[in-house]
Design a protein around this ligand. Sequence first.
Ligand SMILES: Nc1nc2c(c(=O)[nH]1)N[C@@H](CN(C=O)c1ccc(C(=O)N[C@@H](CCC(=O)O)C(=O)O)cc1)CN2
Ligand SMILES: NCC(=O)N[C@@H]1O[C@H](COP(=O)([O-])[O-])[C@@H](O)[C@H]1O
Length: 292
Amino acid sequence: MEAAAVASSGCGLRCSLYPVPNQHRRGARLGLAAKRQQRCAVACGRLLLRPNARVYTAASASASAVIDSGAGDSGVRRKRLAVFVSGGGSNFRSIHEAALGGKVNGDVVALVTDKPGCGGAEYAMCNGIPVVVFTKSKSAPEGVSTDELLNVLRDLKVDFILLAGYLKLIPGELVKAFPRSMLNIHPSLLPAFGGKGYYGLKVHKAVIASGARYSGPTVHFVDEQFDTGKTLAQRVVPVLANDTPEQLAARVLHEEHQVYVEAVAALCEDRIVWRDDGVPLIRSQTNPNAYT
Ligand SMILES: Nc1nc2c(c(=O)[nH]1)N[C@@H](CN(C=O)c1ccc(C(=O)N[C@@H](CCC(=O)O)C(=O)O)cc1)CN2
Ligand SMILES: NCC(=O)N[C@@H]1O[C@H](COP(=O)([O-])[O-])[C@@H](O)[C@H]1O
């Protein structure tokens, strides 16, 4: 299937056949865009391309144009990020904006989703970020397998994976392929209120029902199970006497946007230090002897 067609992306923009110059790029643009063998299912508006389709899209061109982004002022190489999203994607957006604004020493080079119609995927398409549908399902037959996804991530030279409201279990093969390189954000103070069944508003309902007086987001490394990887950062918010789950969710989400960007900034500046007992710490940007 040739993607010479141009799809309306539903966001007022149209996907073109050229790289979209809205990523924060410090390195040379190599202009490798040309026709390439497409390994992934790229969603461009309503046009969903199957694996192995020979395509020439804004998304693939845009991604392949940033092969070597080089080192920034800090001397630390700019990192390449894949963000996994199932929903609205506000954490994804805050990370993308932080990358564009220079707060994060990295570029979002792919959005991976199990829900091609979600807000996060729409935002990616509107911003020239390739969308990969993972995994294949009845509702997303254009999805890729784990092996195909691994190939795409290697192709895109992804350094780090960031789960941001992604609701499916990450298979062991993928976890193993990105050791100490995959983060998740969870909307409670883990290990409380985590694991299968705890996602979105269900978490906040359970927190309120428990009578806990404090909650807040946890950023953690991803292991093979839901929410059991090592904690990297947390923020605390009060649970108020008359809170609804929606009110608590909004208070926690506000903190998520700050703490995830700070954690990703540290990751991309190589400021994560692993203590001998396996606990990851963040080295302060301003004081190299201070850790949180
Ligand atoms: N290998 C890992 N995969 C994922 C992790 C992880 O830590 N290790 N974190 C989750 C995110 N997560 C909370 O942070 C989470 C998401 C979803 C669920 C859950 O119970 N999901 C339901 C399906 C919901 C849906 O599709 O609508 C289910 O699996 O039955 C629990 C925790 C991301 N993946
Ligand atoms: N267990 C995973 C989980 O519950 N994740 C939560 O889903 C929301 C996604 O919002 P967003 O799509 O606006 O970033 C966030 O609150 C995130 O912590």
